[in-house]
Ligand binder design. Structure first.
Ligand SMILES: NC(=O)c1ccc[n+]([C@@H]2O[C@H](COP(=O)([O-])OP(=O)(O)OC[C@H]3O[C@@H](n4cnc5c(N)ncnc54)[C@H](OP(=O)(O)O)[C@@H]3O)[C@@H](O)[C@H]2O)c1
Length: 437
């Protein structure tokens, strides 16, 4: 074993926003314990960002608005990319890895879309890349998948990996707030961006699931293959019906290995209220991992925020300071493994079918489902009718089905939708039992 260096580890931080300020705070407040764990000092030599922030304690680092003061400084041991976004950050990380340098990033977007290329640059040029903070903020899920569970074949994982979605769904569930109101509240509290699309349409979760899938199954970074659905169509009524049936609606990222290929999907799902994941509320994140040796293990914590995210960033820096070799280049991906299209995925379904309040409609719907070999597990038929614009009375028929392949469900829904008694679009939400298939 080679001796660990004892000179201070010299770092440069790109960006001076939420996470970068958290990193400076953690390095300042935990200086002694970090030094003890790292085996040497960690010295912030340079900080570069678009806007100077004189109020921030830079721990003696030199500040510049020019990122090149960091990227061109060969005396730095580690470059931390915390500018976010895709273009400039990708350019920066690519450039640094091409020079064989050590990079820490929290940027799931560039990993999800260019992870294979970046890992290849690490292999080719001998640099280092670490990104514990890129998924689920303060939860050490990257280290868990690559190190702690390394002895396992991962069978599946399911996570609540977007705090904004979880906050909104929790507010809709607990206080009966409609989506728009819950979103506005999340924005007011700083849990959602002014443009919430990335979060509420599932793109951020899909970025994170891409990273988790790459590490769990060595399939490479296949963001383009992740099926992605957000929560903007979920109604308070859906949440209430789900509760009557004993379920909660959560926005999940699911990666599952099956004999036919890997499922990679992000969407709202009903999960049994008895599952631990069902009680993960507010902005909290959690990831449930099933390995063939360890069985189910669950990781819970803050998925974002300055200090939780900084905790993960600084942990990566400490690993470098200790002289640990990173795990990534050893993970050879098999890009031949098929990611299943959503039509080939099997799950249970919650169906909300708006139908005229007439006898025989439920029986007709049940017959069509049965003709498609779809079994009904539970049903609710509301007696209180709602009125259409033409004043005809209609009721939602709520059905929970046994697991069935999505293509079969699509065909059955299309047929039911054609019935003259159906007065609106049939709503469907997948049901996840979070067990083995
Ligand atoms: N915030 C979280 O809780 C969290 C959690 C997990 C992961 N992450 C990831 O961590 C990264 C940083 O997030 P953040 O929340 O800290 O973002 P942020 O608050 O927006 O900070 C970004 C910083 O980078 C600077 N910057 C942006 N583009 C730049 C450019 N082209 N050149 C120079 N400086 C530039 C910004 O300058 P200005 O000050 O002028 O805007 C700002 O100081 C992102 O990849 C994000 O996805 C964040």
């Amino acid at each position: 074993m080679s001796a660990q260096p004892t000179h201070p580890l010299r770092i440069g931080i790109c960006g001076l926003g939420t996470v970068a300020q958290g990193v400076l705070q953690v390095l300042r407040e935990n200086r002694e314990s970090i030094r003890a764990r790292a085996g040497r000092d960690i010295q912030v030599v340079r900080v570069a960002s678009r806007t100077p922030k004189p109020e921030v304690d830079l721990l003696g680092a030199e500040f510049s608005t020019d990122l090149a003061t960091i990227t061109e400084d060969d005396s730095l041991d580690v470059v931390i990319e915390l500018i976010g976004g895709e273009t400039a950050a990708l350019h920066l990380v690519r450039d640094q890895l091409t020079r064989g340098r050590a990079v820490v990033t929290a940027n799931k977007a560039i990993l999800a879309t260019h992870g294979d290329e970046l890992i290849e640059l690490v292999r080719t040029h001998g640099g280092l890349l670490a990104f514990e903070a890129a998924v689920a903020g303060g939860i050490p899920i990257i280290d868990t998948l690559t190190r702690s569970l390394a002895a396992n074949r991962i069978r599946w994982l399911a996570g609540i990996i977007n705090g904004t979605c979880n906050y909104i769904l929790t507010a809709m569930t607990g206080q009966g707030k409609p989506f728009d109101q819950a979103l506005a509240e999340a924005q007011k509290l700083g849990y959602a961006e002014a443009d919430p699309t990335f979060d509420v349409e599932g793109i951020d979760a899909a970025h994170k699931l891409t990273v988790l899938g790459a590490l769990a199954f060595q399939i490479g970074y296949r963001f383009r293959d992740v099926y992605t659905e957000g929560i903007s169509d979920i109604s308070v009524e859906d949440i209430q019906y789900a509760r009557e049936l004993g379920y909660r609606i959560k926005h999940l990222g699911i990666a599952r290995m099956t004999p036919a290929g890997v499922q990679m999907r992000v969407h709202p799902a009903l999960i049994p209220e008895t599952e631990l994941l069902a009680s993960v509320d507010g902005v909290m994140n959690a990831v449930l991992v099933n390995g063939n040796a360890a069985g189910d293990t669950l990781y819970y914590g803050a998925g974002a925020g300055a200090l939780p995210t900084a905790s993960s960033v600084v942990a990566d820096v400490i690993e470098f300071a200790r002289g640990q070799k990173p795990y990534l280049p050893a993970l050879v991906s098999d890009n031949e493994i098929r990611v299943l299209p959503i039509e080939e995925v099997t799950s249970g379904y919650y169906l909300k079918i708006p139908s005229l309040d007439k006898p025989g409609v439920f029986a007709r719907v049940a017959t069509i489902l049965s003709e498609h070999d779809i079994s009904i597990e539970a049903a609710i038929q509301k007696e209180q009718a709602v009125h259409t614009e033409t004043q005809e009375a209609w009721v939602p028929i709520i059905i929970l089905t046994e697991p069935v392949q999505e293509s079969v469900m699509n065909a059955a829904i299309a047929e039911v939708q054609q019935l003259p008694a159906i007065v609106g679009e049939i709503r469907r939400i997948r049901v996840e039992l979070l067990g083995d298939d």
